[in-house]
Write a protein that binds this ligand. Sequence first.
Ligand code: ZN
Length: 486
Amino acid sequence: MRSPADFDRRRALARMGSLVLLLGSHQLAHGAAIVAVRIWPARAYTRVTIESDQALVARHQVIEAPHRLVVDIDGLELREPLRALVGKVRADDPYIAGVRVGQYQPRVVRLVFDLRQPTEPQQFTLAPVAAYQHRLVFDLYPVKEADPLLALLRDKEAAEASASQAVQDALGELIARIEQPQVAAVPPVAMAASAAAAASGAAAMAPMAQASAPPLVALAPPPPASQVFSTPSPPPPPPPLTAAERRRVDRLVIVAIDPGHGGEDPGAIGPTGLREKDVVLAIALQLRDRLNALPGLRVMMTRDGDYFVPLNERVRKARRVQADLFISIHADAFYRREARGASVYALSTRGASSTAASWMARRENSSDQVGGVNVAGVKDRQLLSAMLDMSTTAQIKDSLKLGREVLTKVGRVGRLHKRQVEQAGFAVLKAPDIPSILVETAFISNPEEEAKLRDPAFRRELVDAIASGVRSYFAKNPPLARQRPL
Ligand SMILES: [Zn+2]
């Protein structure tokens, strides 16, 4: 039953709604306050997030020679939290060399990003979720995506690790050869100078923050080319592989390691503030080095830094290199604080093996909302999920085998939460052709387990256990040689 007062309130709300429409976005966003600005640089893409108490309306354009991204945000006065963006560009950001901010028009703030390379920016907004208010996001992607398999072969650390055993490992020579042109790295000093130059450029713009100021882009002379283009031109592509080399690549065993969460998605947070995204990255990098030391095996990381990767993108990365295994590493919170011990999960297409497993899967699958997925990519996602639903029976069988090997070894290091591999609908385990498991290393919500996760000795034991589980899986289920698209 609705009271007359309810009706009155509803009518008042409806009137307010039409008023809001008449006012338009300018007035609506007027007075919007910026809550925080964040930049997440990574080799795959750099994300810029502007968080505010109201939805922001913004436009962007890309300008060449030199490459810049110009963003105009309506209904904003330039105040401190947004100015802080200037100081947040990291010297090693692969895409952004510097940022300048200014009041372009009375209520339009202009941001100019000086870019290190041509980029394809994607702009989108995210509604409030979890701890976040409204988010305006710019993802800066490279115009041409790097070949993941080549990148894998060129990986400097992999080459170094394999160099020591080049005698047994013929692949070491191959990697070393492909590696050669990559040696010239960007001198860090030059890059720092470039970021500093851009930052001081922004400071110099402050006097222009007046109503009549012409566009920043026209006003600000670009920094000298020597600073903007401190990144050396990319090395020439490696020579094509010989037939013999091709066969070695095809025999390469590739393990995809997937550190959960990252960037805008911190994952679970422990009682003393340890963040899941940080601890699982540390464990995953250690596991990478451990597995890369095995002859003929190379690890592909779905993320190797603190940035967000959508769940379907994690699966896509593994499929692009035709990974033989997929291992997702987590350390989640649980609804019962006293919960403890490691668990291993495989995919289930029909229901979860326990309520806890289904709870955990829902939690992990919400990563996309917290981390922030561009809805423009939603078409691809639907296509992918349709494809993923087709065949998984064989994958699940192999995943359970892998899961049991890993669970047995992990059980020798610490206690287990469950003695058997659990199953639920984890989105990240859905590659139809790659045995995939999700390892919950410990419950970060449990104070004792959080302390263990901080302990390097515990992490090492854990990494050894997972690596040993992978080895026994391959010993019993040797991977088939395959044609990889190189
Ligand atoms: Zn997690």
